[in-house]
Write a protein that binds this ligand. Structure first.
Ligand SMILES: NC(=O)c1ccc[n+]([C@@H]2O[C@H](COP(=O)([O-])OP(=O)(O)OC[C@H]3O[C@@H](n4cnc5c(N)ncnc54)[C@H](OP(=O)(O)O)[C@@H]3O)[C@@H](O)[C@H]2O)c1
Length: 229
């Protein structure tokens, strides 16, 4: 029987999710990392950590696929569930300019689907564990500057759904985290972003580890600073 801690990272094919999987592998955790297709990055990581990294498949917008993953993992107990998958489309556009489908895709992938995963997997997370989902600094309504407004609104919707989940589950002993990783140079963040992945993800994982055993809902940046809703 393993005494290692276990994390499930959903949406780990590349970018911040792949870096999360790598960081947890490096810290000696048992890691289950998902992609929706083949991920060269995850395959390479598995070559480095063959005993540690398990690769799974899920498309987060497909509830049947989420439930099938849950069934495949029913023997696993999770110390951390980290839902990272997200998309950004039409980031510079306004409500009159955007294709409706692009907006709806963001709401589905960034807001509804992460919460469905949390609902489906919540019983797999230990009582002192952490349920984390990747939100964003620009999902804060209080700090709104109008940047990437359509994408931002999908993260604000995610925050509301997580707050509703917390309100419905007042006795929940797990930490419920909406994580703002900073503006990071990935395919989504783009080359102008302020941070390298290595400036963000180790701090995110430190912050998540510090939250273990601390029940309650928090919208927090990578340093553990609480952000305004
Ligand atoms: N980069 C930033 O500055 C920044 C800032 C704040 C928040 N975030 C958030 O951080 C998370 C990761 O962002 P990133 O910068 O790493 O973006 P990225 O490089 O574009 O990676 C996005 C990840 O989400 C996965 N994904 C998207 N739709 C999916 C679906 N339907 N099913 C399964 N996986 C799906 C992608 O998988 P595929 O390879 O299959 O597409 C990929 O692994 C997102 O939630 C994003 O909103 C990023």
């Amino acid at each position: 029987m393993t005494t290692k801690k276990t994390v499930l990272v959903v949406g780990a094919s590349r970018g911040l999710g792949l870096a999360l999987a790598e960081e947890y592998c490096g810290r000696g955790w048992q890691v289950i990392a998902t992609s929706r297709g083949q991920s060269f990055g995850l395959k390479q990581l598995q070559e480095r950590y063959p005993e540690t990294l398990e690769i799974e498949t899920v498309d987060v917008v497909d509830l049947r696929s989420v439930k099938a993953l849950h069934s495949r993992l029913e023997d696993h107990t999770l110390d951390v569930l980290f839902v990272n998958a997200g998309i950004c489309k039409a980031n510079e556009l306004t409500p009159v300019e955007v294709e409706e489908k692009d907006f709806l895709d963001m709401m589905l992938t960034n807001a509804l689907s992460p919460m469905r995963i949390i609902e489906v997997f919540q019983d797999s997370v230990v009582e002192s564990g952490v349920i984390a989902v990747m939100s964003s600094e620009i999902g804060s309504i209080g700090n709104c500057l109008g940047f990437w407004e359509l994408y931002s609104s999908s993260k604000a919707a995610l925050n509301m759904l997580m707050a509703a989940f917390a309100a419905r589950n007042k006795e929940d002993t797990r930490a419920l985290l909406l994580v703002a990783p900073g503006w990071v140079r990935t395919e989504m963040g783009g080359p102008e972003a302020e941070l390298e992945i290595s400036d963000s993800i180790p701090l995110v994982v430190d912050m998540v580890e510090r939250n273990a055993g601390k029940p309650g809902l928090r919208f927090t940046d990578r340093h553990g600073q609480i952000l305004p809703w």
